[in-house]
Design a protein around this ligand. Structure first.
Ligand SMILES: [Zn+2]
Length: 132
């Protein structure tokens, strides 16, 4: 859905506005999201061109695999972005957005690698790996 949102990390070192089409939220239970977020990652997604940075002084990127990198704040530790190499889109941890987002959680992915300390209790579609 088309909207304009503002996202900001805890220390305000990373602040940006998003516009245009926002994908609804995908909960990713892969090992890397677990290690990054402490639990699953809940990501929306927008086109690169629809992000306007207001501040990115503390934004750093970690190459988390051969085909993806993750953006985080090197001051407050916020886990903010996931980006596939060669993609024109970027995933944004949905909790970064201020105020009401109007987004909905739409699915669970990589459910085969979730940790056992929580249950997926929603009735949303579940995928073993990716889904588009
Ligand atoms: Zn920060």
């Amino acid at each position: 859905m088309k909207k304009t949102l503002t996202a900001i990390c805890l220390c305000k070192g990373v602040k940006f506005k998003t516009s245009g089409e926002h994908r609804n939220v995908s909960n990713c239970h892969c090992i890397q999201c677990r290690k990054t977020h402490g639990i699953y990652g809940a990501y929306s997604n927008v086109k690169d061109k629809d992000i306007k940075f207001i501040n990115k002084k503390t934004l750093r990127w970690f190459k988390s695999s051969n085909n993806a990198k993750r953006g985080f704040c090197n001051k407050c530790g916020a886990s903010i972005f996931f980006k596939f190499k060669n993609s024109d889109n970027v995933s944004i941890a949905a909790g970064m957005f201020n105020g009401k987002t109007g987004l909905k959680t739409m699915r669970n992915i990589f459910v085969g690698t979730k940790s056992d300390f929580y249950k997926i209790t929603d009735k949303l579609p579940k995928f073993k790996r990716f889904s588009n």
